[in-house]
Design a protein around this ligand. Structure first.
Ligand code: ADP
Length: 472
């Protein structure tokens, strides 16, 4: 089944986006509700506040000889509170209106809570016919009116609004905290898994396992499944390594015998034991057998070396070696072996490194023989060695068929060969071995190539922890 290449986003980002959308919707709803309910709430609160003050007034009122007077307790009422007691003709018999209030201009009657304007100030007004009778036993059609400035109340309204904004702000802060927490607990382990996978792909080391110490069951299952997969792959790879090792061992002996027999037959021809006319045909047959057995021998040697490297059985002796010696030796040998059909151009200087001479020679030989193999006869091959920011290096540049960018990683895999090289001899093991040798020395092989124009392979041997270039 083909999976569509859909754009992927982070789980945490996805969750957080939905949470933010929900919070925004919820906050807008909350602000609308707060605004809509504020008037209702304020009216209730103001009415309560006014009635409380008015009750205090009523409780301290005393009727003496037809006049209403007040005990000391009336001092408990707020300073900004005004009250009046009206008789049935709406004449003020006690208390005072706020400055500028004209009862004649106020035609809203004695309805319950309302707002009136006095000069430029607005007041809430509450009226009660019952309070004096209930709290002070003062009979008669008296009305008690209380006034409080709107400014005091709008503070409550303001506070209410501010509280709702603060609540929204707190929600966003909590969301930010949650997203940091989620990132730590979900994204981070997944990112670690990804980095580990990259490292395993780079180092080809399947023995590493991942630990998950978090508390999410799904991630735990994912990590366990991943470790199980690694264990299975390690098993398969080690069986393959064993198979390579066994097969190459088994094939080594018959090839040695064939090559020895060829040698023996050549000696017989040279000694003149064979009939004269049989000699040319015999020599041609031996050439063919020898060439083919040499090829088989190369493959078997590569397989054997690879399985030794994989199983850590390859002798590894570190000593001080000069890369210039290896480069000159390998180029001379490979040049002769290929019939000196390429022009070697050198840019080399003495470069002493601590490395295994046999292994580094093997790696350099592979790069040089590939340059010869994958470029036309007569074309130049640039070989250089020295030091740069990444450490000591040997670089081999050819002007051959080149490699497509998408093959850069794969050419280092076992048995991988590009489309362009299918017609030439090879088995796809040389670069795998060379990369393993580079890794064994803490280095790498970097490839730069343009299809149809040529390739440059650079073997790096870092001094200590020099940063290495990546094949992307
Ligand atoms: P092989 O025995 O096939 O050469 P290697 O492992 O050495 O195996 O190389 C793997 C593949 O990488 C080759 O088959 C070829 O497709 C490609 N390759 C390696 N070196 C070069 C080069 N210098 N130019 C073009 N392609 C190359």
């Amino acid at each position: 089944m083909r999976v569509k290449n859909k754009k992927k986003i982070s789980i945490v980002k996805y969750l957080m986006t939905w949470c933010v959308v929900m919070i925004v919707v919820f906050s807008v709803f909350m602000v609308i509700c707060v605004n809509a309910m504020a008037d209702y709430a304020i009216n209730g609160a103001v009415s309560k506040q006014l009635l409380r003050q008015m009750r205090k007034v009523a409780r301290s009122a005393v009727m003496e000889q037809g006049e209403i007077t007040f005990s000391d307790k009336i001092k408990d009422v707020d300073d900004d509170f005004y009250f009046v007691i009206l008789d049935k003709d709406k004449k003020v018999i006690a208390g005072a209106y706020p400055d500028g209030y004209d009862p004649k201009a106020d035609n809203s009657g004695l309805t319950r809570l309302r707002v009136v304007k006095c000069n430029k100030t607005s007041y809430y007004v509450e009226s009660s016919y019952q309070l004096l009778k209930r709290k002070a036993n003062i009979e008669g059609a008296y009305t008690l009116q209380g006034f409080v400035e709107c400014k005091d109340v709008s503070t409550i309204y303001h506070n209410l609004k501010q509280y709702s904004y603060i609540a929204v702000l707190i929600e966003f802060l909590v969301m930010a905290l949650i997203s940091i927490l989620l990132h730590r607990r979900i994204s981070k382990p997944i990112q670690e898994m990804f980095q580990q996978t990259e490292k395993i792909t780079e180092d080809l080391d399947l023995s590493e396992r991942l630990d998950y110490e978090g508390s999410f069951a799904e991630l735990d299952v994912l990590f366990k499944a991943y470790n199980k997969l690694l264990a299975r792959m390690e098993n398969v790879v080690s069986r393959q390594e064993q198979f390579n090792s066994d097969v190459s061992h088994e094939l080594r002996t018959p090839i040695t015998v064939i090559r020895a027999q060829c040698q023996l037959t050549r000696e017989q021809i040279a000694s003149g034991d064979l009939a004269e006319k049989e000699v040319p045909a015999m020599e041609e047959m031996i050439d063919i057998i020898e060439r083919q057995s040499n090829k088989m021998n190369l493959i078997v040697e590569q397989l054997l070396n690879l399985s030794r490297m994989d199983q850590d059985r390859m002798p590894f002796e570190i000593e001080e070696i000069d890369l210039i010696d290896i480069v000159e030796f390998v180029c001379e040998e490979e040049g002769i072996a290929s019939g000196d059909e390429h022009r070697f151009e050198y840019d080399i200087s003495s470069t002493v490194v601590k490395a295994d001479v046999a292994l580094i020679t093997m790696a350099v030989r592979n790069l040089v023989s590939n340059a010869i193999k994958y470029s036309e006869k007569g074309t130049p091959i640039h070989v250089s060695c020295g030091r740069n920011d990444f450490g000591a290096y040997v670089s081999v540049q050819d002007f051959g068929c080149g490699i497509a960018k998408e093959d850069f990683q794969r050419i280092f895999e076992h048995y991988y060969r590009t489309e362009e090289s299918r017609n030439s001899e090879g088995f796809g093991l040389g670069l795998t071995l060379a990369m393993k040798i580079a890794k064994k020395h803490g280095g790498t092989i970097h490839v730069e190539s343009t299809l149809g124009e040529g390739s440059t392979f650079t073997l790096y041997i870092p001094e200590s922890s020099d940063a290495l270039p990546q094949n992307t």
